[in-house]
Ligand binder design. Structure first.
Ligand SMILES: Nc1ncnc2c1ncn2[C@@H]1O[C@H](COP(=O)(O)OP(=O)(O)OP(=O)(O)O)[C@@H](O)[C@H]1O
Length: 258
């Protein structure tokens, strides 16, 4: 299931004829994501970005079609059985557990940790800049630190696929830049397949290799990130970027999501 032929350890992700609907909002996805790549998922609000990730993660089940991770069809497997980690915009942590315990859950849901699990937790905390904060509760951390804890848990889980659903959207520009750098470093180290949803074109440019653009529950453009931002990028994407830039300017803010 993992592909190490290119030195990367991620697994390919494939949505094959997947259909899904929430009442009137119907969606259909066909997508192949290369093992070990970083894919940005963009598109207008309500276009289906989170739903696409939720179908991969198992929080939603397709009406038809296959969800493949590596060679395995996981479409009907519960989220915990799938070989992936997911980080959301917020609420990634258990409020009553301290930092080390929240990270330890990535090794054992019952927190029965072996000495080597504890070592992995300590190393992940240092790696994510949280050394010395292991006994804090989530409410005693900043928003950026809480997302670091979630990334430390990703590190100790060490799964071949990482799904990020706007995890840094509520952070300021400098902090977001730091966190994207951390994701890029973790990817360089572990080579997992990363799919991330963002509303920020510069996030896609910063760490994305492939861009998937959604409109009305469908993928309407896909390709190299650099080509999307060029003069010959897909028309729908250029329109979308134009409207995002316009709305940011009219609100007098440069980078934060409206
Ligand atoms: N739990 C739900 N119940 C009913 N409809 C839903 C639910 N979640 C999403 N939808 C609808 O499904 C469509 C796709 O939603 P989704 O959250 O995937 O979009 P998105 O592109 O991630 O949007 P945003 O950028 O605003 O987060 C929208 O029409 C939305 O209203």
């Amino acid at each position: 299931m993992t592909d190490t032929s290119n030195g990367r350890t991620g697994a390919a992700v494939r949505l094959d004829g997947v259909t899904f609907s929430y009442g009137e909002a119907s969606m259909a996805f066909d997508l192949t994501v290369e093992a070990g790549s970083i894919t940005a998922i963009m598109g207008p609000s309500g276009s289906g970005k989170s739903t696409l990730l939720n179908l991969v993660a198992g929080f939603e089940t397709p009406k038809s079609g296959r969800v493949l991770i590596g060679d395995r069809d996981v479409a009907h497997e519960p989220p915990a059985a799938r070989p992936l980690s997911m980080v959301f915009q917020e609420n990634n942590l258990f409020a009553h557990l301290d930092v080390a315990q929240n990270v330890g859950l990535g090794r054992s849901p019952a927190l029965r940790l072996t000495p080597s699990d504890r070592t992995a937790v300590s190393e992940a905390l240092v790696r994510t800049g949280l050394g010395g904060k292991e006994h804090r509760l989530p409410r005693e951390l900043s928003g950026g630190e809480r997302q670091r804890v979630a990334l430390a848990r990703v590190l100790v889980r060490d799964r071949p696929v990482l799904l990020l659903d706007e995890p840094f959207a509520s952070l300021g520009p400098a902090l977001r830049e730091d966190m994207l750098g951390l994701v890029a470093d973790l990817h360089a180290e572990r080579g997992m397949t990363v799919l991330f949803v963002t509303h920020q074109p510069e996030d896609a440019r910063r760490i994305g290799e492939t861009m998937v653009f959604l409109e009305d529950g469908k993928i309407t453009a896909i390709g190299e990130v650099s080509k999307f931002f060029g003069k010959h990028g897909p028309e729908a994407f250029r329109r979308y970027i134009g409207s995002v830039a316009g709305s940011l300017q009219s609100h007098g803010i440069a980078r934060k999501r409206t």
